[in-house]
Design a protein around this ligand. Structure first.
Ligand SMILES: C[S@@+](CC[C@H](N)C(=O)[O-])C[C@H]1O[C@@H](n2cnc3c(N)ncnc32)[C@H](O)[C@@H]1O
Length: 211
C-alpha cells in the first residue's frame, strides 16, 4: 500500500478527527506553534496577487481555512469526519468539499493559490513530487506548503539523544536545495522559503510557482 493510500485511511475515524486539533494545537505550546505557522503562511500569502480564490488541501479540521485572506476559500479533505470538525469551527465564507488529492474535482488553474500543510512531509519523495505536480495544475499562481528542515535545534537534540541510545522518531528532514530540486521535478520553482520562527526552526514554509 502506498503512503498516500495509508494517509487517506488514517484520518477516517471520528476519534482521530475529534482528537486531531485537541491533542496538537490546543495546548499552550500547540497554540504557539499554530500561531508561528500561520504567521509564516500569511507572510507568503502577502506575496501572492491576486488572492480571490484559495484552495486549502487537505484542510483537515480547518485550523487555517476560514482565516485565509481571500474572497473565496475552499477546504478539501478526503476524510468526512475531519471535514465535519472543520465545518463546526468555521467562520465566514468558506466551503468544504470532500475530495481526494489523487483525483481533484477542479479545472486547471481554478485557484490563485493552493495551501498544503502537514501533508507532503508525510509522503516519500516520489509521491511528494507527484502530488506537487497535481496541485500545480489547479493553481494559476502560488503554492504554499511546509517541510521539516534538516538543520534545526530539534534535529540536533534528536542526534544527541540517538547517540545516547534513546529511541528517536525517524522523520525526513530536507535542505532548501533538496526542496528546490523536488519543485523543479514537479514543474515548479521556489519563490520564497521561510522558517516558522527565527531560532533555528525545524518547520519551514515555501511559496512556489509554476516554473
Ligand atoms: C496531518 S492532517 C493535515 C491537515 C491540515 N492541513 C492541518 O495542517 O492541520 C492530514 C490530512 O490529510 C487528509 N488526507 C489524507 N490523504 C488525502 C488525500 N488523498 N486527499 C485529500 N486529503 C487527504 C487527511 O484526511 C487529514 O485530514
Amino acid at each position: 500500500m502506498s503512503t498516500l493510500a495509508r494517509m487517506k485511511r488514517n484520518y477516517q475515524g471520528l476519534r482521530v478527527a475529534v482528537g486531531y486539533s485537541a491533542t496538537r494545537f490546543s495546548t499552550p505550546m500547540g497554540r504557539l506553534r499554530n500561531f508561528w505557522k500561520f504567521r509564516a503562511i500569511r507572510r507568503l500569502l502577502a506575496r501572492c496577487e491576486p488572492l480571490d480564490r484559495i484552495l486549502d488541501i487537505p484542510c483537515g479540521t480547518g485550523r487555517f481555512t476560514s482565516r485565509l485572506p481571500s474572497r473565496s476559500t475552499i477546504g478539501v479533505d478526503v476524510s468526512f469526519q475531519m471535514l465535519r470538525e472543520a465545518e463546526r469551527s468555521a467562520r465566514g465564507q468558506v466551503a468544504f468539499v470532500q475530495g481526494d488529492v489523487d483525483d481533484l474535482p477542479f479545472r486547471s488553474g481554478a485557484f490563485d493559490c493552493v495551501l498544503t500543510i502537514r501533508f507532503l512531509r508525510h509522503l516519500p519523495r516520489s509521491e511528494r513530487v507527484k502530488v506537487l505536480g497535481r496541485l500545480r495544475e489547479v493553481s494559476q499562481g502560488g503554492m504554499i506548503f511546509d517541510f521539516v528542515h534538516r538543520s534545526s535545534w530539534k534535529a540536533l537534540v534528536g542526534r544527541v539523544r540517538s547517540s545516547l541510545g534513546f529511541r528517536v522518531k525517524a522523520r525526513e528532514r530536507l535542505s532548501c536545495d533538496e526542496v528546490a530540486e523536488e519543485l523543479r521535478e514537479a514543474g515548479l520553482r521556489p519563490v520564497a522559503m521561510l522558517p516558522c520562527f527565527q531560532f533555528w526552526s525545524e518547520k519551514w514554509v515555501v511559496l512556489a510557482e509554476r516554473g
